[in-house]
Write a protein that binds this ligand. Structure first.
Ligand code: NCD
Ligand code: ZN
Length: 343
């Protein structure tokens, strides 16, 4: 197959940032996706419906003329989240989901939740309302190896939470391990997972072999090859539990190429091309539309998009860097040629 046409896809996990960086990166996503679940880890974080409504306006103002793109907003949960504001924001259509960052797990997560027990009342309200919970699934204890943090999170936090609130819709985001795939496969229909392009393409060697390569570093960190293979199998399996979520997370070159480089990979410019390459390599182009355009909205209970996009087997060269807000941002696949292009 040299060309496929699919229903317009969505990105179910994305960082736009704010201000000049946001204005620079929004067009890359809007070029490919009809909707995106926008992460709330700004400084300060998006913790109220009023903040989310204002942020949504700023994003919409950055969408290029003539492009129809809908940002879907999330609430950054803290130990002090106001359950009434959250429920009202969801009922009013401001919030699509809420985001659980274990405090200290990743970029701008310092105000995150210190113990899930502290927000059990909020989570019960969400379960009643049918409001989905997006989860960054890593424990943060200093004694847990960074490569084990996702697997330990399943045992210590996620499995008990799902047992306690069996109705809650949970998206286990940007999964990186065979353990996560096993958990999702064995869970109920209220558990979904997103998978990023980088975790389908690279394993941890890409970060550490031949020198430290900061542009391949994100959280959860890429794991060993067996895990990458498990993720490719899950994503391309046709299971409705798995859907597209890029976790595109722009940081300036200076912030990445640093003695303490930030976590996050900027993959927005060629995300759909990156994903379809994987499905082609796995002989699973027939499952691409489900992963990119159907499984996500069905899980969230949202309508499927109208319209289509076409991808063609034709090379596209990914630039070494993009200019954003007067700074340089290095994308995923920088300097590589991908085999598929968005027509
Ligand atoms: C994200 C960011 O930079 O905001 N970084 C990342 O490595 N993925 C935060 C996140 O989703 O963990
Ligand atoms: Zn993210």
């Amino acid at each position: 197959m040299n060309e496929i046409t699919i229903r317009r896809p969505d990105d179910w996990h994305l960082h736009f940032r704010d201000d000049a960086m946001m204005r620079a990166v929004v067009p890359y996503t809007a070029r490919q996706f009809a909707r995106a679940i926008v992460m709330p880890n700004l400084t300060p974080p998006v913790t109220t419906a009023a903040m989310a409504a204002a942020y949504r306006e700023r994003i919409l103002a950055a969408v290029p003329e003539g492009i129809d793109f809908t940002p879907l907003m999330t609430c950054y949960l803290t130990d002090n989240t106001d359950a009434d504001d959250l429920a009202r924001g969801f009922a009013d259509g401001v919030f699509t989901a809420a985001k659980l960052y274990p405090a200290g797990a990743t970029t701008n997560s310092d105000s995150g939740v210190t113990d899930v027990a502290k927000i059990m009342g909020v989570l019960e309200r969400m379960a009643e309302a049918g409001m989905p919970l997006c989860v960054h699934g890593e424990v943060t204890s200093a004694d847990i190896d960074v490569f084990d943090r996702e697997a330990v999170f399943i045992d210590r936090v996620l499995a008990p939470l799902v047992g306690r609130l069996p109705e809650l819709k949970v998206i286990f985001e940007h999964i990186t391990t065979a353990e996560a795939v096993q958990f999702v496969d064995g869970a109920g229909d209220n558990i979904g997972a997103t998978i990023t392009p980088q975790h389908l393409h690279i394993n941890r060697n890409a970060i550490l072999v031949g020198g430290i390569r900061p542009h391949a570093y994100c959280l959860p960190v890429a794991k060993r090859e067996t895990h990458r293979l498990a993720l490719r199998k899950a994503a391309t399996s046709g299971s409705a539990r798995y859907f597209l979520g890029t976790d595109s997370a722009p940081h300036t070159r200076e912030a990445k190429e640093n003695a303490c480089g930030c976590a996050g990979i900027f993959n927005a410019p060629y995300a759909i091309e990156s994903y379809v390459t994987v499905f082609d390599e796995e002989g699973a182009l027939g499952h691409f539309e489900g992963f990119a355009s159907e499984n996500g909205p069905r899980f969230y209970g949202l309508p499927l998009n109208e319209g289509t996009v076409t991808l063609r087997k034709a090379p596209v060269a990914v630039p070494e860097a993009f200019d954003a807000a007067g700074a340089s941002v290095v994308p995923f696949h920088a300097g590589e040629t991908l085999g598929w292009s968005l027509v």
